[in-house]
Design a protein around this ligand. Structure first.
Ligand code: RIB
Length: 302
């Protein structure tokens, strides 16, 4: 079956420690528990698309190690088309060292491993996947030139192009904005892109308007417990969320992006796709870990 959604991005093994609080610089802190689960923003988003009812293919890299085999397997069991997942000899798989505190906030260090070797040429080899897709999603855990190539190719093919600018360390290259149908940053990513400190709806609106002026087609700023703000050239709409008992916010953003893309691919309206993504993300934060926390379609109330 042709995949309606193609995710070009990262696969990481997440090494997760839970502790009462995040450690300070130079501090050794006793934690409470440890577990290892498949993650990576790209792979998480692909899993979210698959679990939430749309066909999906992943283009990315793992290393030639045990983590790489596990990461690929984790996608295959969800029905993700993994023909585009390469194995890089002599390189480790991507790894994320994650600490989650008692308030369910996290801090993450990533080691790129094979993700860092995903070249434009290695994506181009799977151009047939891009050609048959309806929606193409990128994040920023693979080389910038690969993201740039994929966004431009997606635009050239007339696909719906989504960029989740995560993790963001500063402004995006100016030429990227015109390639995007949807830019989906969280608060800190919106701030990194615009310089506007995003803390509430007003600041999210200002950041969103700036991103629209830069050329992004439509912007969805995700705001955690404050919901999400959709901004386009016509105005903005707030999508609130009901409060949940948050256990771990890791991959909540990925679940939203994957759910939103799955919604679009399944023919939902824009508003309904946003709400669908939010409902999936809200459920994900009530569970621990990245991919284990992502819900299946059957778990979302009709
Ligand atoms: O967005 C969550 C993801 O960020 C984790 O799974 C981790 O791998 C990092 O990439």
């Amino acid at each position: 079956m042709d995949a309606k959604v193609v995710v070009v991005g990262s696969l990481n093994m997440d090494l997760v420690a839970r502790a009462q609080r995040l450690p300070r610089g130079g501090e050794t802190l006793a934690g409470d528990s440890f577990f290892t689960v498949p993650g990576g923003k790209g792979a998480n988003q692909a899993v979210a698309v698959a679990r939430l009812g749309a066909s999906v293919a992943m283009v990315g890299n793992v290393g030639d190690d045990a983590y790489g085999q596990q990461l690929r397997k984790a996608l295959e069991v969800e029905g993700v088309d993994c023909r585009g997942v390469g194995i890089c000899p002599g390189v480790s798989s991507g790894v994320a060292l994650i600490v989650v505190d008692a308030a369910s906030q996290n801090a993450i260090v990533i080691i790129a491993g094979g993700n860092g070797l995903l070249t434009p040429e290695s994506v181009q080899r799977f151009d047939a996947l891009l050609q048959q897709a309806e929606v193409i999603i990128c994040q920023l855990e693979v080389p910038a030139e690969t993201v740039a190539w994929t966004l431009a190719r997606g635009r050239e093919l007339g696909k719906t192009v989504i960029l989740n600018p995560a993790p963001a360390t500063g402004p995006l290259p100016a030429g990227w904005y015109a390639q995007l149908d949807y830019l989906i940053p969280n608060e800190s990513e919106a701030e990194a892109l615009t310089g506007v400190a995003v803390t509430d709806l007003d600041s999210a609106r200002r950041a969103g308007e700036q991103l629209i002026k830069l050329g992004a087609g439509k912007v969805i700023v995700t705001l955690g417990a404050q919901g999400a703000l959709f901004v386009d050239g016509q105005g903005d709409r707030h999508f609130p969320v009901a409060p949940v008992n948050a256990v771990d916010t890791t991959a909540a953003g990925d679940t939203f992006v994957g759910g939103f893309a799955a919604g679009l691919a399944r023919g939902l309206s824009l508003n309904d796709a946003i709400v669908f993504g939010q409902r999936a993300a809200a459920l994900s934060v009530t569970r621990a870990g990245a991919q284990p926390s992502i819900p299946y379609l059957r778990e979302l109330a009709p």
